[in-house]
Design a protein around this ligand. Structure first.
Ligand SMILES: CC(C)(COP(=O)(O)OP(=O)(O)OC[C@H]1O[C@@H](n2cnc3c(N)ncnc32)[C@H](O)[C@@H]1O)[C@@H](O)C(=O)NCCC(=O)NCCS
Ligand SMILES: Nc1ncnc2c1ncn2[C@@H]1O[C@H](COP(=O)(O)OP(=O)(O)OP(=O)(O)O)[C@@H](O)[C@H]1O
Length: 403
């Protein structure tokens, strides 16, 4: 049985494709990770209890409010269901705290989802299906791609279209909530690249910027005829079903091949990062923004920005991650100095100090600030999830071991 990993980014059309694949002429069973992720956090489950005990104390609206239709202990006495938009606000976004919370939620939900998924795949195999679709938004992030015979990425190139579709489908989301959700997922272009890296027949991409009809045609021609029928014909599916040991060998072989693909992908990304060091900053003006959608104002950083992401807009013709780590570390020291000088200027003015006195105080303060800045390193990350190339820079991550 062929495992088809269906992924993409938020509102790029995964569900639209999965509903196509579940209907004639394909008639494939769909295992939907979002649905399973809801099932494993229903009141009374271990997932629900873990979420309530971690997020409950800091999220007053974590559960649906009680009222005439909602008893205090929930409809089945096991607790009120989760208020998903409220939990979403806690975990979708870019700041370090939100990322930490998202990682925590993922660590509660994902193992339970994987278990349910394995069970569902086994059931589909026993029922004799030739292929099954795993609809998983975070297929690569949760490493499930390694188990898939083929990966289908549904992408949208234009982020504006993606945002419009998301807001039209989920009108309850504010513009900020929608933006945060888009930003919480990896760049769909990178997912597409990663799928194609798997090689012919093992990875395929359909772009869904156009009409639904175009999407349907791509699914039929590019995916079904070009991949499934060509690389996993019907007779092969029957053979695997009739001979379970062959199915096991085929699954192990596929997993092993995917490990190789994964290793090559990592090596490629490492090599790309290594190239960044040679970037010459003098040719490019580096500007820091508080928000990737801002273009006008240059943000200033001060000590309150520790741990806050800032964005640098640069052309991504040459990726330059490591260079930026160095560059922004020195920028951070520069900002610290600037703050110190400004603070001293204000102080000197207020107290009417003489110029010499001010200079001495300023120098001392600068040294102090520089030492403080030395305690921090800065992380930079390249991304295009918002559609405009940007680099997220998290200022002032404490260096491991620094005192
Ligand atoms: C935070 C929650 C409660 C918000 O629920 P809500 O009903 O508002 O959204 P829903 O579950 O329908 O998700 C909508 C889309 O958001 C994206 N998304 C969901 N969870 C995540 C996540 N942890 N990281 C990045 N994107 C995510 C997916 O594209 C998904 O299709 C929910 O998304 C959740 O429990 N997420 C953690 C589990 C998870 O990772 N699910 C994704 C598949 S395993
Ligand atoms: N080609 C298209 N033209 C117009 N609307 C589309 C097209 N494809 C999908 N849509 C609409 O866009 C919205 C998002 O699509 P869909 O729900 O399939 O995305 P998704 O990737 O499954 O999203 P999520 O990650 O949130 O589950 C839906 O309302 C869908 O009807």
């Amino acid at each position: 049985m062929l495992l088809i990993g269906l992924t993409g980014s938020i509102a790029t059309g995964k569900s639209t494709v999965s509903s196509l694949l579940s209907s004639p002429p394909y008639n494939l069973p769909i295992i939907d990770a979002d649905l399973l992720a809801r099932k494993v956090v229903e009141p009374g489950t271990a997932g629900y209890n873990a979420i309530v005990s971690y997020f409950g104390p800091t999220t007053p609206d974590l559960l649906l409010p009680s009222g005439p239709d909602m008893p205090e202990n929930g409809p089945n006495g096991k607790g009120r269901p989760l208020n998903r938009p409220a939990l979403g606000r806690r975990v979708f976004g870019d700041s370090p705290e939100v990322r930490k919370d998202r990682a925590r939620l993922n660590s509660i939900v994902h193992p339970a989802v994987r278990k349910e998924m394995a069970l569902a795949v086994l059931k589909a195999y026993v029922k004799g299906y030739r292929a099954v679709v795993l609809d998983v938004p975070l297929l690569f992030e949760s490493q499930l791609d390694k188990y898939c015979g083929t990966v289908l990425v549904v992408g949208v190139k234009d982020p504006q279209i993606q945002m419009e579709r998301l807001r039209a489908r989920d009108p309850h989301l504010s513009a900020e909530d929608a933006e945060n959700r888009v930003r919480s997922q990896g760049d769909v272009r990178e997912k597409a690249e990663r799928a194609l890296e798997r090689g012919e027949g093992r990875g395929v991409v359909v772009w869904n910027d156009g009409e639904r009809k175009e999407l349907e045609e791509q699914v039929r021609e590019v995916f079904w005829k070009g991949v499934v029928e060509r690389f996993s014909p019907n007779w092969w599916g029957w053979w695997l079903w009739m001979c379970p040991p062959a199915a096991v060998v085929s699954a192990l072989w596929g997993y092993w091949a995917n490990l190789g693909v994964d290793r090559r992908w990592r090596e490629k990304k490492e090599a790309e990062k290594a190239k960044l060091v040679s970037f010459d900053s003098s040719r490019d003006q580096t500007r820091l923004f508080r928000d990737p959608s801002q273009t006008g104002s240059v943000a200033s950083a001060d000590s309150t920005d520790i741990g806050e992401p800032l964005y640098v807009t640069v052309p991504l013709t040459r990726e330059r991650h490591e260079f930026l780590v160095k560059e922004v570390t020195s920028l951070w020291a520069g900002f610290a100095e600037l703050n110190a000088v400004q603070a001293n200027e204000a102080e000197a003015e207020a107290h009417g100090r003489k110029h010499q006195e001010y200079k001495a105080a300023s120098k001392k303060e600068q040294d102090r600030q520089r030492k403080k800045a030395d305690l921090f390193s800065t992380a930079a990350m390249v991304g295009t999830s918002t559609g405009r190339p940007h680099i997220t820079v998290t200022m002032g991550q404490r260096t491991t071991g620094a005192k």
